[in-house]
Design a binder for this molecule. Structure first.
Ligand SMILES: Nc1ncnc2c1ncn2[C@@H]1O[C@H](COP(=O)(O)OP(=O)(O)O)[C@@H](O)[C@H]1O
Ligand code: SF4
Ligand SMILES: [Mg+2]
Length: 319
């Protein structure tokens, strides 16, 4: 199947100290029509990975290594200006918090229309028609009222649906959604997740879906990467990751989550300090299987089945 995104050996560090890894050797491949999930605790590097792909790393951090190919375009070689034309058109982004995603001074109608005019080159009536069509597709009720409203007059769930409508209307090659359900209450969270599942199925969307919530990733994604302390520690199909986890961290993570509908209940530690360890396995201090060499050597990602890779010395030599 056609590859849409290929990220190879992506490394990100602080600009001032390039030895301080924030992301280490991230490899991601997403096929056309695939929903690919990145899951991990807060601070594990999920958002930084998305930002690095979009060329939007925050001030004080930089990509030190790695290639990012989007449908034949080498994103890591593009200038900031060229990258801006990729965003919106080729990559659409849905953030966690919709508050900063809209201009509070303009109605939804004027914001939607200006985005569609800018990116798709539509005139006023065409952009209105397309905007209405996608607002209907994301199952918003009372579209006429919503169209005339300002973002602050709408709920978090309504604004999240509008962002999804904008993303779909732009027909991007890749949709990146970073914790799009996290800021919502439980009812809205489930509704938005159902919407993603339905739209992904209906339009064969290529999605990079980021979440700390295991149930969300499990319900939507066919391929999954688990991040810990700036690295992908395990990668595979949804079935391999959730039914046959190999990495001690992933095993611990799934054990703590009994598939009982509760949110991921693993004690969330601040893993941000771990990134700055230059040597050894990032999970060493928490791992019940640790060996001497894990303290000083960092394991590679070992290919252990056709569809699964894991970063742990227990699987060394088994690939
Ligand atoms: N603006 C920043 N400047 C420097 N380091 C940052 C910045 N934002 C995040 N980080 C570092 O990157 C790590 C990963 O952060 P992030 O990708 O936001 O985690 P996640 O999305 O998984 O919760 C953090 O633990 C922190 O060390
Ligand atoms: S490499 Fe060692 S410390 Fe790291 S997860 Fe595997 S056994 Fe545990
Ligand atoms: Mg994040």
């Amino acid at each position: 199947m056609e590859k849409i995104l290929s990220v190879k050996d992506l490394c990100v560090s602080l600009t001032k100290n390039t030895q301080s890894s924030i992301l280490k050797n991230i490899d991601i491949e997403i096929l056309k029509g695939q929903a690919y999930g990145i899951m991990g605790e807060t601070g594990s590097g999920k958002t930084m990975a998305a930002k690095a792909i979009m060329g939007l790393l925050p001030h004080g951090t930089k990509r030190t290594f790695g290639k990012i190919n989007l449908n034949g375009k080498q994103l890591h070689q593009l200038s900031k200006k060229s990258m801006r034309s990729i965003l919106g058109k080729d990559i659409a982004f849905i953030p966690q918090n919709t508050a900063g995603a809209f201009n509070p001074l303009h109605t939804i109608s004027s914001q939607l229309k200006s985005i569609l005019k800018n990116y798709n080159g539509l005139n006023n009536s065409e952009s209105e028609e397309i905007a209405m069509k996608w607002l209907t597709t994301v199952k918003l009720n009372g579209i006429d009222r919503i169209f005339k409203s300002y973002p602050f007059q709408l709920s978090g769930g309504q604004n999240q649906r509008i962002l999804i409508a904008i993303a779909l209307a732009l027909k991007p090659k890749l949709l990146i959604a970073d914790e799009p359900t996290t800021a919502l209450d439980k009812i809205n969270k489930n509704k938005i997740l159902d919407l993603f599942i339905e739209l992904q199925d209906q339009y064969s969307l290529t999605i990079l879906f980021i979440s700390h919530d295991i149930s969300v990733i499990r319900n939507l994604c066919k391929r999954v990467a688990v991040m810990y302390a700036g690295e992908i520690v395990e990668e595979g199909t949804e079935n391999e990751i959730f039914n046959h986890p190999r990495h001690p961290y992933v095993i611990d993570l799934l054990k703590s989550f009994h598939y009982n509908g509760k949110e991921n209940s693993l004690k969330v530690e601040d893993v941000s300090n771990l990134q700055f360890l230059s040597k050894g396995c990032g999970y060493y201090s928490r791992c019940s299987e640790r060996m001497d060499k894990c303290q000083t050597n960092n394991p590679s990602l070992y290919q252990i089945t056709e569809n699964q890779k894991t970063r742990c010395f227990l699987y060394e030599g088994k690939d």
